[in-house]
Design a protein around this ligand. Structure first.
Ligand SMILES: O=C(O)CCC(=O)C(=O)O
Length: 284
């Protein structure tokens, strides 16, 4: 059972109580952050042109399977850019981070029916530490485009595990995974939760929260948008594949519905994962 869960409505905000729960559990789940119309705007952007999906690359899960992902550096001006820049995604993230934030990356994770691979237990800060972001003042917002349930490899978390600090990470298959001996010990103390979500729900989670997901053995597609934010004061020490501090121009939530750019992704700057030291590409 997910214990830090809320239902979005226009009056919802990140109050001190919500922030306290996030600090304690390492995440909050907001059901219905995007409504049906906003989800269909996102789907239209992803499905009616290949502007984003043609940038997807495959990474091995260390077994037989692979996951595909497209990842970009800046929001751009299409619908997915409005989602990242919206008050309810960027603004809530800033309140959880405790200050100004900027987009560090955004990706479309694609687990295709019957073939989608697993994601090993890891912390996002396991990777970002290697990029010389000195403080774990970073978070991710996981927003399903499709239903995410156990059958198609929903996200799994170890509740409260962000309080263990950063765990060592090693390369396993094409991915960087956390030291499993340590994870097994943490599992004895931090409850293992399957986070089943509907399209438009949003999980905001701390960069040290241990998470993973299983293979997709079902006939259901599992696509998810994941937007990552870094705190403005945590500018990475050196330049690398992901952005240094870049002011984020926030937009009102209504911009998601009002946006009619479904195809122009020129401002996004896609990452070539062959230059990313934390994953190994098997297919471009
Ligand atoms: O898509 C998933 O299930 C997990 C992805 C993930 O953990 C990541 O990209 O860091």
């Amino acid at each position: 059972m997910i214990s830090a869960e809320f239902q979005f409505d226009q009056s919802f905000d990140i109050t001190e109580d919500v922030k306290r729960l996030y600090d304690e559990r390492g995440y909050i789940l907001i059901r219905g952050l995007l409504d049906a119309e906003e989800v269909s705007q996102v789907k239209k952007t992803l499905e009616e042109s290949d502007a984003i999906t043609k940038n997807a690359q495959g990474i091995s899960d260390g077994g037989e399977r692979e996951s595909k992902l497209a990842i970009w550096r800046y929001p751009g001006s299409d619908v997915t850019g409005m989602v990242v820049r919206s008050e309810k995604v960027a603004g809530f993230s800033e309140k959880l981070l405790g200050g100004e934030g900027y987009m560090y990356s955004c990706k479309l994770m694609m687990k295709e029916p019957l073939t989608g691979g697993k994601h090993l237990w890891h912390q996002d800060y396991g990777y970002w530490y290697k990029n010389c972001c000195l403080f774990p003042d970073m978070l991710s917002v996981f927003i399903p485009v499709d239903r995410c349930v156990q059958e198609n490899g929903c996200l799994e978390i170890l509740e409260g595990s962000h309080r263990c600090g950063r765990v060592d990470h090693l390369m396993v298959g094409g991915q960087t995974g956390a030291d499993m001996k340590r994870v097994m010990e943490i599992k004895k103390r931090c409850p293992h939760r399957y986070v089943e979500m509907e399209p438009g729900d949003a999980l905001f989670f701390h960069c040290n929260l241990l998470h993973s997901s299983g293979i997709n053995n079902s006939t259901m597609r599992r696509w998810v948008l994941i937007c990552a934010f870094n705190k403005a004061t945590n500018n990475p020490v050196y330049e690398h594949e992901y952005p240094q501090y870049t002011k984020l121009n926030k937009v009102p939530n209504t911009a998601i519905r009002d946006c009619n750019n479904y195809t122009d992704v020129s401002g996004k700057s896609f990452v070539d994962l062959r230059n990313d030291k934390t994953v190994r590409v098997v297919r471009t």
